[in-house]
Design a protein around this ligand. Structure first.
Ligand code: GTR
Length: 421
């Protein structure tokens, strides 16, 4: 891993300053986006069939080859183990399960632990938000029964980790990002996994996490974002076996690098019913060609392990890339996608995130669905919800109760959940 200092939401490498990045709308370069509804050879795409049979596979392949990398399928020997369960968690509000997914079937091999809370009183299978977390399952709630992660963890506060192992000090430290009680009261389950269980977030040349099970990839092989997304698909493999969960109504949600991950998970695996990107920025919902805030070159330099090696070709050369991020959103069609920005999160280019939703809309319209209804970027704290939803809220790079409130409303609308608030 390169030497770097991690600040809230931004990484500054030694010797660089934020001044070299553009935050001026007037200085956004002129660009032409690859059209959603035209094949790479210029042939127009006029029907859902042509989108699904020709253009969508073409775009998906381009993202695999040029951006995120190719992932393997479901491992043959993968197994699921219920390691803990309580029908009366969180003061009786939740039924809690902790499930270990052993990727090679071995207890001491690469594995991830999923924490699942569902409404204790729910009758029948419930819709679910599936999300990765940054600091360990035990950080999402003060619940003392949540297991500490077994994997490498980057501590953020004093004592949260010792030698990159999580400690009790981290319990509940990220709870303000997880509206767990609200989610449960609205009739949804929440399933979460520590992302480092799948692949620890540093560049180690594909040795740790699940990469240990596979040969070192070629230049178009899976980077960490694709690997985390693969882990989400494996989580969904488990959820398909859990009768308390409605696996046909799973919304995959993620913040920041994990928002990039949820977009790619939803693109690569069409079993996800709703895709939610929270402040995902460069390599996520933001259009790369705008080079506003974080750029392709910067992200490839700070985080060489996130994307595949082919993506390096587009450093300072975004226009040469055969895809841009509106096409990542379009890969979710006709499933609903929600894109959330924050005013102070300029590094992630809120306007570029909005424009991705806008430019993905023609694909939804082909299906006879509204894409993103707003013609201009909506005012602050004024969500626009079609089959694509968008908001820009006040505040910084974060996940807030406001964000969750919109995701719940959006999920109610599309899952047709009957809810008393
Ligand atoms: C930043 C990175 C962003 C975003 C963020 C995060 O430093 O530049 O692309 O992913 O990290 O994931 O917290």
């Amino acid at each position: 891993m390169k030497s770097m200092v991690i600040l809230a939401g931004a990484v500054l490498c030694a010797g660089s300053s934020a001044a070299q990045f553009n935050y001026d709308e007037a200085k956004v370069p002129k660009y032409t986006l690859p059209p959603a509804l035209k094949m790479a050879d210029g042939k127009p795409v006029k029907t859902v069939k042509a989108w699904e049979m020709q253009r969508r596979p073409e775009v998906l392949e381009l993202f695999k080859r040029e951006v995120f990398g190719r992932s393997p399928g479901r491992p043959k020997r993968m197994s699921f183990h219920l390691v803990e369960e309580s029908p009366k968690a969180l003061g009786g509000l939740a039924h809690r399960r902790q499930v270990e997914v052993r990727f090679s079937g071995k207890a001491d091999g690469p594995r991830m632990t999923m924490l699942i809370y569902r409404p204790a009183k729910a009758r029948g299978a419930v819709p679910t938000f599936l999300t990765l977390n940054f600091r360990g399952n035990h950080t999402v709630h003060a619940d003392p029964a949540i297991r500490l992660p077994h994997s490498w963890v980057r501590g953020r506060t004093k004592g949260e980790t010792v030698n990159n192992r999580a400690t009790e000090k981290g319990r509940g430290v990220a709870a303000n990002r997880w509206a767990i009680e609200t989610i449960l009261k609205r009739g949804y389950a929440l399933a979460t996994i520590y992302y480092g269980d799948i692949d620890p977030d540093f560049h180690d040349d594909w040795k740790n996490g699940v990469h240990a099970l596979y040969p070192k990839p070629k230049p178009d092989g899976w980077g960490s974002v694709a690997t985390w997304a693969w882990g989400l698909s494996r989580a969904l493999d488990y959820l398909e076996t859990d009768r308390a969960i409605d696996h046909t109504r799973v919304a995959v949600m993620g913040h920041s690098r994990l928002g990039k991950t949820s977009l790619w998970a939803g693109a690569a695996d069409q079993r996800f019913a709703i895709v939610i990107s929270n402040n995902s920025g460069c390599g996520g919902a933001a259009l790369s060609r705008r080079a506003f805030g974080e750029t392709v070159k910067r992200i490839n330099t700070s985080f060489p392990h996130w994307f595949n090696d082919n993506f390096l070709k587009y450093n300072d050369n975004e226009n040469a890339c055969p895809v841009d991020q509106h096409l990542l959103v379009a890969l979710a069609a006709p499933r609903p996608v929600y894109i959330a920005s924050a005013v102070e999160d300029r590094w992630a280019d809120p306007r570029g995130e909005f424009l991705s939703g806008k430019h993905a809309s023609p694909v939804y319209e082909l299906y006879g669905l509204p894409g993103l209804p707003a013609s201009k970027q909506p005012a602050v704290n004024t969500p626009s919800m079609g089959t694509i939803g968008y908001h820009v809220r006040t505040g910084k790079h974060d996940v807030t109760n406001y964000d969750w409130a919109q995701y719940l409303t959006f999920a109610d609308k599309h899952f047709k959940t009957k809810n008393k608030k």
